[in-house]
Design a protein around this ligand. Structure first.
Ligand SMILES: CC(C)(COP(=O)(O)OP(=O)(O)OC[C@H]1O[C@@H](n2cnc3c(N)ncnc32)[C@H](O)[C@@H]1OP(=O)(O)O)[C@@H](O)C(=O)NCCC(=O)NCCS
Length: 159
């Protein structure tokens, strides 16, 4: 549970945040066996059409980030990450809510995402918010020396 006096703030992920956002992404994803993104990866992605990033801070410290893409009435959650030490305090849910606000305001009526079959934490979060499985991609996520893992494609409609 978050502390009652905790101050959580959300803001757009900007050019000055790229190093910190890349570090946060790596910290969140390398334990899963995925490659963390570099500053350059982030910069290129954020320069693509329809892409926006969000940074979430608690008491002024970066704790999470998300990147989404909107194309006409469809959108995609490209990534979402919360620092391991800060999890289970509602930050992931708050970030996802902010992504939904953003894509809806940008004209989307659907949000898609891909989640690895070996990631029950993320799947539970998405199911709680109302996402449903609409497909799968066999051996989609690489896991270094281990076999690749299937992805579930999930979708949320908000008309
Ligand atoms: C997925 C992730 C963003 C969730 O962030 P978080 O701040 O811990 O999420 P929240 O605290 O808002 O959790 C919301 C709900 O998700 C579910 N959840 C989150 N982590 C969970 C876990 N480890 N096990 C089971 N359920 C979990 C719970 O239902 C939780 O609600 P509750 O705490 O009231 O029970 C975070 O675990 C993360 O960064 N993981 C590594 C990167 C990643 O997997 N990104 C998604 C790729 S598709």
């Amino acid at each position: 549970m978050p502390a009652p006096d905790m101050h959580r703030a959300l803001r757009p992920l900007g050019a000055l945040d790229l190093d910190r956002a890349a570090a946060l992404h790596g910290e969140a994803f390398t334990p899963l066996g995925e490659r963390g993104w570099t500053r350059q990866d982030m910069a290129e992605l954020l320069a693509s059409p329809g892409v926006a990033g969000l940074l979430i801070q608690i008491d002024g410290a970066d704790v999470g980030m998300a990147i989404c893409r909107v194309a006409a009435d469809e959108s995609e959650l490209v990534t979402i990450a919360v620092r391991p030490a800060e999890r289970r305090r509602g930050t992931g849910r708050a970030l996802l809510a902010a992504v939904l606000d953003h894509v809806r305001a940008a004209g989307a009526r659907t949000l898609f995402l891909e989640v690895a079959a070996d990631n029950p934490a993320a799947r539970t979060l998405y199911e709680q918010v109302g996402f449903r499985d609409v497909g799968s991609r066999p051996a989609y996520f690489r896991r270094g020396d281990r076999p690749a893992v299937d992805a579930f494609v999930m979708r949320l409609d908000f008309g």
